[in-house]
Design a protein around this ligand. Structure first.
Ligand SMILES: [Zn+2]
Ligand SMILES: [Zn+2]
Length: 79
């Protein structure tokens, strides 16, 4: 697993796989708070979000972190 994936997995785990927007949904995606060190970021720069909140977040400001959206993979650990 590469570092970006490992960090994203950690962010999801740390969030207990819950959307950090407090919408009650499962987090399946990870949003980057900063792009300064993208792909080499601190775990604290990552926010676990559900697909909908993440999409909402990017509605006005599209970003390039949406390729990190393969995380149903990790969510399944808890089923
Ligand atoms: Zn994002
Ligand atoms: Zn949400």
């Amino acid at each position: 697993m590469d570092r970006a994936l490992a960090n994203a997995a950690l962010a999801l785990k740390r969030a207990n796989y819950l959307c950090q927007n407090n919408c009650g949904q499962r987090a399946t995606q990870v949003h980057h708070l900063t792009y300064v060190g993208v792909f080499d970021e601190a775990p604290s720069d990552l926010v676990a979000l559900c697909e909908r909140c993440h999409a909402d977040l990017h509605h006005k400001a599209p970003a390039n972190d949406n390729q990190l959206t393969m995380f149903p993979l990790f969510v399944k650990e808890k089923d």
